[in-house]
Ligand binder design. Structure first.
Ligand SMILES: *Cc1c(COP(=O)(O)O)cnc(C)c1O
Length: 231
């Protein structure tokens, strides 16, 4: 089932990309395996999916040990500063940098490990009190400050917009994130301003997000089904 779902979603990603004049390989699919056992990762891997999203550091650590070695983990949850050391060790990309203190801590641990890491800045684009992320108007200063940390490669922005009744309602948030990223890129604040990453869109709205420029979509339920409850 997982393999079929991934194949279907990849087709739909391709359609959405082509519809907006982009190539299918300009969009990466992060399979959000949070709260599922490591066995689902193995199944997805067998079907060729190597990129996964998790929102608890302990889960990444555990799944790293069990899962095939060639997979990559994007961290997409709230990262406590005291977990930055483990994150530096076991994650490939942190999508949710939302404060300087976290960036400084992560940079220091990466330096100790003698490595650098791609990161995204999480923006609370819909100003939703229930969502994490730096406020839109504070994004510029944060991205600028993070840029001075040599072991962090700030590649772009990520967002979780407020829950809306339809995907079409979310379009304006995706557009706002793209315009914000464009503005920051023009000011030279990203490591690679010509290849800005925009992580936006989930199971219910990834097609609209791609039409608005998403380069990373984070899809859980549509691949793995309903998640087990938090224990
Ligand atoms: C859980 C989660 C997703 C996946 O959501 P689905 O609706 O299951 O596709 C995407 N992004 C973040 C940040 C998440 O926490």
């Amino acid at each position: 089932m997982i393999t079929e779902n991934i194949a279907r979603i990849k087709r739909l990603i391709q359609e959405a990309a082509e519809k907006s004049g982009r190539s299918a390989d300009s969009v990466k699919l992060v399979a959000v395996s949070k709260r599922f056992p490591a066995s689902v990762i193995e199944e997805a891997c067998a079907g060729g999916q190597l990129l996964f999203g998790e929102n608890y550091i302990q889960e990444v650590q555990l799944k790293r040990e069990k899962a095939p070695k060639n997979i990559r983990f994007h961290f997409i949850g709230h990262l406590q500063t005291n977990k930055a050391k483990i994150a530096a060790q076991c994650c490939d990309v942190i999508e949710t940098i939302d404060r300087l203190k976290l960036g400084i801590s992560l940079n220091r641990h990466l330096e100790n490990l003698n490595k650098s890491m791609d990161v995204l800045v999480q923006v609370n684009i819909g100003e939703d009190p229930k969502k994490a992320g730096v406020a839109k108007e504070d994004a510029e200063i944060l991205v600028k400050e993070l840029q001075s940390l040599p072991n962090l490669k700030v590649r772009g922005l990520m967002t979780m917009p407020p829950i809306e009744p339809t995907a079409e309602h979310s379009r304006r948030y995706f557009r706002q994130l793209r315009l914000l990223a464009r503005d920051l890129a023009d000011k030279g604040f990203f490591t690679t301003p010509d290849e800005i990453e925009l992580s936006m869109g989930m199971s219910s709205d990834y097609k609209v997000a791609i039409e608005e420029g998403a380069t990373i979509v984070r899809v859980g339920t549509a691949i793995f089904g309903n998640r087990p409850a938090i224990q």
